[in-house]
Design a protein around this ligand. Structure first.
Ligand code: UD1
Ligand code: PEP
Length: 458
C-alpha cells in the first residue's frame, strides 16, 4: 500500500501554482463529444486519474485523443459506440456526463448507473428528468440506463428540484443542438458551469445565463472544435490556502481567483487569517491566533462542500468551538474518525459537526476515505506533532496533481512512499511492451503511456 508520510510543524512559505480545475475539465472533455467537425484543443488539463479515466471513456466511444504536456487534442468527428462501459463509469461519477452529449450526437446511449460513493448516494434523477422532458425515452436493465430519442432532442423548460452541478451540465450539453430552446430553472451557478458554457459557446452553441439560476439554451444545428483554456481549480487553491494557514505560514497561491473563492476567503478572514488577493493569485498568512467560526456548506455561491473537510482541519487549530453543517451531501464526515486518530475532538450529529478548537494534533496512521478527506488529513498532518502516514491515495490522485511535490516545495516535510507492488509494477512496466494501446498520441506522434493498457493493469 502506498502512503504519504508527513512530519508536521513546519510553516509553509513560498509560491504554489494551481492547475486547471478537475470539475471544469471533466464536463468540458465530455462536451468535446459534440464537435462534429474540427478538433478541440483543451489547455490547462491537469494530470489527474479522473482525466485519464474520462479520456479512456471518450476513446472507447471513438474519439481520437492526443495528449501533450498540459493539453489534450480531441477529434470527435466519427463516434463508434453509444455505450460507456461499466468498468470505466464505475471508477468515476463524472463519466456520467457523457450521457447528454451522446444523446444529442447519436440519439442513443447506454451507460452504467454511476451509483453512490463514500460521501452519499448521489442519485441522477434530475439528469434523467431533464432528458425525458427533452423527448428521450429512458429504460433500465442490468445495472445500466439505456436512453433513446426519436429524431432530435427537443428544447424544454426544466426545473431542477436541486441545483445539481452535474444535471445542469448534462442538460446544457444535451440542449446545445436540440430543436428549439431549453430553459434550465434552479440551475447550478458554479464557476465550472460558466466555463462549460463558454466552451460550448465557442463551439457555436447559444447558451445564455450561465452563472445565474436560469440558463437559456437555444439549440443550434451543429457544433465545431475550438481551443479552450480551463479555469484554475478553486478547490485545489483553497486546499493550499488552508495548508498555509494551518501551519502559520505565508504562501502565495498563484492562479487562484478570489471571485471563485468568496466564501472560503470570507470564512478564513473571519477566523483571523490575513488574505491579500490580486489579479494573479491570493496570498495567505497568519499573524495572530485563529478564532472559531461556524459554517454551512451550500451550492455556489455558498461555502463549497468540497472545502468542508479541509476547513474542518483548520478549525481544529482555532480558539473556541465551531459548528459545521453539511447540507449538500448526506455522508460527508468520513474524515472525522480519521482526524480523531490524530487527537481531534469532533462530535457529529446528523448533518452537524461540533469541532473543538485548540486541538493538539499528533501524528497517526490514517486513511483517506474520499478525495477531500485525504486533503484534510494532509492539512492536519502538516500541523501535527510527529509523523502521520496517510493511505487511500487513489482518492487523492483523482483530484490533486503532485500534492507531495507542491507541499515539499513550500517547505513541508512530506514524501510519498510507493507500495512494494507499485515498485514491482513500475519495474515490470519499464521492461514490458504494452499489450493494448488505445488510440492516443502526443503531438510528435508517439503513443501516450497513460492510455496504454499494460498486462499488470488489464
Ligand atoms: C465532477 C464534479 O463537478 N463534481 C462536483 C459536483 O458533483 P455532482 O455534479 O455529482 O454534484 P451535484 O451538484 O449533482 O449534487 C448535489 C446534491 O444533489 C443531489 N442530486 C444530484 C443530482 C440528481 O440528479 N439528484 C440529486 O439528488 C446529490 O446527491 C447531492 O446531494 O458538484 C458537487 C457539489 O458541489 C461537488 O461536490 C463535486 O465535486
Ligand atoms: C466530490 C468530488 O468530486 P466527484 O464529484 O468527482 O466525486 C470532489 O471533487 O470533491
Amino acid at each position: 500500500m502506498s502512503k504519504i508520510i508527513v512530519r508536521g510543524g513546519r510553516p509553509l512559505q513560498g509560491v504554489v501554482r494551481v492547475h486547471g480545475a478537475k470539475n471544469s475539465v471533466l464536463p468540458i472533455l465530455a462536451a468535446a463529444l459534440l464537435a462534429e467537425e474540427g478538433s478541440c484543443v483543451i489547455h490547462d488539463v491537469p494530470a489527474l486519474d479522473d482525466v485519464n479515466n474520462i479520456l479512456q471513456v471518450l476513446t472507447v466511444l471513438g474519439v481520437q485523443a492526443e495528449r501533450g504536456d498540459n493539453f489534450v487534442e480531441l477529434q470527435s468527428g466519427k463516434l463508434v459506440s453509444y455505450e460507456a462501459p461499466y468498468e470505466l463509469v464505475r471508477k468515476m461519477r463524472a463519466s456520467f456526463l457523457v450521457m447528454g452529449p451522446l444523446l444529442a450526437r447519436l440519439g442513443k446511449v447506454r451507460i452504467s448507473l454511476p451509483g453512490g460513493c463514500a460521501i452519499g448516494t448521489r442519485p441522477i434523477d434530475q439528469h434523467l428528468k431533464g432528458f425525458e422532458a427533452m423527448g428521450a425515452e429512458i429504460g433500465f436493465g442490468q445495472g445500466a440506463i439505456e436512453a433513446t430519442v426519436n429524431g432530435k432532442l427537443r428544447g424544454a423548460r426544466i426545473y431542477l428540484d436541486i441545483a445539481s452541478v452535474g444535471a445542469t451540465e448534462n442538460i446544457m450539453m444535451a440542449a446545445a443542438t436540440a430543436d428549439g430552446t431549453t430553459l434550465i430553472e434552479n440551475a447550478a451557478k458554479e464557476p465550472e458551469i460558466v466555463d462549460l458554457a463558454n466552451f460550448l459557446n465557442a463551439m457555436g452553441a447559444k447558451v445564455r445565463g450561465a452563472g445565474t439560476g436560469v440558463i437559456r439554451i437555444e439549440g443550434v444545428e451543429r457544433l465545431h472544435g475550438v481551443e479552450h483554456h480551463v479555469i484554475p481549480d478553486r478547490v485545489e487553491a483553497g486546499t493550499y490556502m488552508i495548508a498555509a494557514a494551518i501551519t502559520g505560514g505565508d504562501v502565495y497561491v498563484e492562479g487562484a481567483i478570489r471571485d471563485h473563492l468568496g466564501p472560503v476567503v470570507a470564512k478564513m478572514e473571519e477566523m483571523g487569517v490575513v488574505i491579500d488577493a490580486d489579479e494573479n493569485g491570493i496570498r495567505v498568512r497568519v499573524d495572530r491566533p485563529l478564532r472559531a467560526v461556524d459554517l454551512k456548506t451550500l451550492p455556489y455561491p455558498g461555502f463549497p462542500t468540497d472545502m468542508q473537510a479541509q476547513m474542518m482541519a483548520l478549525l481544529l487549530k482555532a480558539e473556541g468551538t465551531s459548528i459545521v453543517t453539511e447540507t449538500v451531501f448526506e455522508n460527508r464526515y468520513m474524515h472525522v474518525p480519521e482526524l480523531a486518530k490524530m487527537g481531534a475532538e469532533i462530535k457529529v450529529d446528523g448533518r452537524t459537526a461540533v469541532v473543538s478548537g485548540n486541538a493538539r494534533l499528533t501524528g497517526a496512521n490514517v486513511c483517506s476515505t474520499d478525495l477531500r478527506a485525504g486533503a484534510a488529513l494532509i492539512c492536519a498532518a502538516l500541523a501535527a506533532d510527529g509523523a502521520t502516514e496517510v493511505t487511500g491515495l487513489h482518492h487523492i490522485d483523482r483530484g490533486y496533481v503532485d500534492i507531495v511535490g507542491k507541499l515539499a516545495a513550500l517547505g513541508a516535510d512530506i514524501l510519498r512512499a510507493p507500495s512494494p507492488e507499485e515498485v514491482l509494477a513500475e519495474a515490470e512496466h519499464a521492461q514490458m511492451p504494452p499489450v493494448v494501446a488505445l488510440p492516443a498520441k502526443d503531438r510528435a506522434g508517439s503513443e501516450v503511456p497513460i492510455l496504454k493498457v499494460q498486462p499488470t493493469l488489464a
